[in-house]
Design a protein around this ligand. Structure first.
Ligand code: FE
Ligand code: ZN
Length: 275
């Protein structure tokens, strides 16, 4: 099974930080989902967005009951495993945003909440856009951002508006640059084609794309990425950059007044983009 341990694949040796004590795994599920697992030294896990119980039960079968399950949004590829996991561990707390489409939640979370989960603390960040009740969890140098921020891309606007999503991404972009970005899908290689057509002269992006292709060629996850890397490479976090603004204006065929208009143009452009 392909797993991402909690090391940086892009930057070589890292300075020694608390992050290195974390045992972080990306469990593949379905075609391109990752279910993130964080384990403490005793092996007790935190599970994020278990769309499918099978890989989680396989990974944790011998271990103690998990600390908690965190849910970012109501889509089935993020919550579908809850019934089977709760059948196995009936007392595990399930933290999820207030949304009647998410059954099985035991604790409802909202923007600004701080959660204590086992030995860890996470802040809840409301990030409407992909869905109206989507939240992200930030703590311990990690960001579990569901389908809001992807490496080199972002989630589609199923329920929110472009200004909402741009505001949500801007809040995530303001977190510490060394935050590890734990996205819920392995979309990086396909996002790369669009990113390169928006921002073809961005050398950081070209370097990241080469590395992603090598990782994927070896069957390894491209995640987690670092937020600083996304700030340098991801066009959806670079709406203020002159090159990205100019590319969006060329695509739109008209001047774009601000970063929100650039974001809206990029999102619509990508929705119709075929590599
Ligand atoms: Fe989704
Ligand atoms: Zn998803």
């Amino acid at each position: 099974m392909t797993q991402a341990r909690g090391q940086c694949e892009d930057c070589g040796p890292e300075p020694i930080t608390a992050h290195q004590t974390l045992d972080l795994l990306a469990l593949p599920a379905f075609d391109d989902n990752y279910i993130w697992l964080l384990r403490d030294p005793a092996g007790r896990a935190l599970i994020v967005d278990p769309g499918d119980a099978t890989p989680v039960l396989a990974e944790l079968s011998d271990g103690p009951s998990p600390h908690a399950i965190l849910i970012t949004h109501h889509h089935d590829d993020h919550i579908g495993g809850l019934p089977a996991l709760l059948a196995r561990w009936p007392d595990v707390p399930v933290h999820a945003p207030q949304d009647p489409r998410i059954a099985h939640a035991t604790h409802r979370v909202a923007d600004g909440d701080r959660l204590a989960v086992g030995p860890w603390q996470f802040d809840v960040i409301g990030v409407p856009g992909h869905t109206r009740s989507h939240v992200a969890y930030h703590g311990e140098g990690l960001l579990f951002c569901g389908d809001t921020l992807f490496s080199l891309g972002c989630g589609r606007l199923f329920e929110g508006t472009a200004p909402q999503m741009h505001a949500s991404l801007s809040r995530l972009a303001a977190l510490a640059a060394d935050t590890r970005v734990c996205c819920a899908h392995e979309y990086t290689a396909s996002n790369a084609a669009f990113a390169l057509s928006v921002d073809p002269h961005n050398t950081a992006l070209r370097t990241r794309v080469q590395h992603v292709r090598a990782l994927r060629g070896n069957g390894q996850p491209s995640l987690p990425s670092h937020l600083g890397e996304e700030l340098a490479c991801n066009p959806f976090l670079r709406c203020e950059a002159a090159a990205v603004h100019a590319a969006a204006e060329r695509h739109a065929g008209q001047p774009l007044a601000d970063a929100t208009a650039v974001f809206a143009t990029l999102r619509a452009w990508k929705d119709a983009f075929r590599a």
